[in-house]
Design a protein around this ligand. Structure first.
Ligand code: AMP
Ligand code: ZN
Length: 478
């Protein structure tokens, strides 16, 4: 696979450090509210990378964190902890808020057919590891303490010959510097590793540390947990493009400070943002839609997944309800094709055997070409719009339906549209269809399969698929 590496700003061949293993880490959500469809775009990107690497035969160890402490309302390490703030607003504890939204996030994976990481790791379950890592950074000489916490010293880190902020361009660093700054910080780029509990009120989440009672800064959790579960060096690390400016440069600096410059991660992959109706989405604008909103609008969340795949991950994608409806219609057509092809497969598949051996060499080449074009597209920096174009070209081609179905099922390992599970709506039939169905059952009971298949074809032409269940065959509308 070739993929754009934000570190080198080039599309590069993906070569893991210890194949077939791939150590993959994705920055997960801050669990204080429902994720937006913008957040989900980034998680679908992670899922696609996971699926493509797995499809290529690699063994991907995938970890995602759940940020349940330390993410403040301002990236300049000031402001309130997002969870604590929400807890006060909802009259709950921060623990309750984290559990509710964390559980909801994990459960929602199934709705978008997202591959689950081997672990969702919570920041609050790894306080010890974070304290130990800060201790390592302190030993290396890049830590100082001020009134409100313990900070990473960027200037000292640079003085020791390291480069800070390789991932971000100058504009992003400047943007980071623009936000309000704690005057006690030595440099606006310094960031909190450990924050002290405020004196004015008691936080729900706080722990003792060698520096004082408090809680970890937002960035340190990702370094501590990825190192614990995946080792000191990652193959690939993902997140949304907003993390290029501060969070990811900070992850690199603190990790490499603690490991005497072992490169923390080989490939950094960032997804472009989703916008809504041509503008930034926002809670105040009422357009920070969630999966619940998508479902309340009458859409299958997989229509959203299809919609995401219509755009390249490095380009901004504009969500409109019309575009979602178009994606939903395309998905539903694809599922109907899949169901119809499956019916043909049932008929043309030689019993107990493999593919129709009479297939002409040209058809075989055409089938292989489709497979190759699809793989070429996904392996070319995840060009999913191109991969979808190949899918439609294949569906409309004149290769046998049996092969179309086989290819769709194979491609679906990456697309994740549940194409083989789709059977259409179950229908009760009367009249001719009912009669044909009964006749087919009789023929099958007498093992007269060729004649039974002819009837199946007739039913298909009438728009029905047949599903053989334990209690007998049922018809679905395709
Ligand atoms: P957060 O919960 O704010 O920490 O964000 C979780 C993930 O969603 C991060 O990887 C963000 O970069 C990503 N993200 C946030 N907003 C958007 C958006 N509008 N489009 C795509 N990804 C986003
Ligand atoms: Zn992170």
């Amino acid at each position: 696979m070739r993929i754009f590496n934000s570190l080198t700003r080039k599309v590069e061949d993906f070569v893991p450090m210890r194949p077939p293993r791939v150590a993959m880490y994705t920055c997960g959500p801050t669990v204080y509210s429902y994720p937006t469809i913008g957040n989900w775009r980034t998680y679908v990107l992670s899922d696609l990378v996971f699926r493509v690497l797995t499809y290529m035969g690699l063994r991907v160890e995938y970890v995602m964190n759940l940020t349940d402490v330390g993410h403040l309302t301002s990236d300049a390490d000031t402001g309130e902890d997002k969870l604590q703030e929400k807890a006060v607003r909802e009259g709950k504890t921060a623990w309750e808020v984290a559990k509710f939204y964390g559980d909801d996030f994990v459960e929602s994976f199934a709705k978008l057919n997202l591959s689950k990481p081997k672990l969702f790791s919570k920041a609050t379950d790894h306080i010890k590891e974070q304290i130990e890592l800060i201790g390592e950074i302190e030993k290396a000489g890049f830590v100082y303490k001020i009134n409100d916490g313990v900070y990473f010293d960027v200037a000292a880190y640079e003085k020791a010959g390291n480069v800070y902020g390789e991932l971000s361009n100058l504009e992003e660093i400047k943007a980071g510097a623009r936000v309000e700054v704690n005057p006690e910080k030595k440099d606006s780029r310094d960031f909190a590793l450990w924050k002290f509990s405020p004196s004015e009120y008691k936080r729900d989440m706080e722990w003792d540390s060698p520096w004082g009672r408090g809680f970890p800064g937002w960035h340190i959790e990702c370094s501590a947990m990825s190192m614990k579960y995946l080792g000191k060096q990652l193959d690939i690390h993902l997140g949304g493009e907003d993390l290029l400016g501060t969070h990811h440069p900070n992850e690199i600096a603190q990790s490499e400070a603690a490991t005497a410059r072992k490169p923390f991660c080989k490939y950094w992959v960032h997804g472009a943002f989703l916008i809504v109706d041509g503008g930034k989405m926002g809670k105040s604008k009422g357009n920070a839609f969630t999966l619940n909103d998508i479902e309340a609008g009458g859409f299958d969340p997989l229509a959203l997944r299809y919609f995401y795949l219509t755009g390249h991950y490095r380009k901004q994608l504009n969500f409109t309800w019309e575009a979602l409806a178009a994606a939903g219609a395309a998905l539903s057509k694809l599922r109907q094709f899949a169901a119809a092809f499956r019916e043909q497969k049932g008929r043309t598949q030689p019993r107990g055997g493999t593919r129709d051996l009479r297939l002409s060499p040209e058809k075989l080449t055409q089938i292989d070409e489709f497979k190759k074009s699809f793989c070429d597209a996904v392996e070319d920096d995840l060009n999913m719009p191109e991969a979808l174009a190949v899918v439609w070209e294949m569906v409309k081609s004149n290769i046998p339906d049996y092969d179309k179905y086989e290819l769709l099922v194979k491609f679906d390992e990456i697309l994740g549209f549940s194409l083989s599970d789709f059977w259409g709506e179950r229908v009760e039939v009367s009249g001719k269809a009912e009669e044909l169905l009964r006749k087919r059952e009789e023929l099958r009971a007498e093992k007269r399969f060729a004649e039974a298949d002819q009837i199946r074809e007739e039913l298909n032409q009438m728009g029905y698929a047949i599903r053989d269940e334990e209690g007998g065959a049922v018809l679905t509308k395709i």
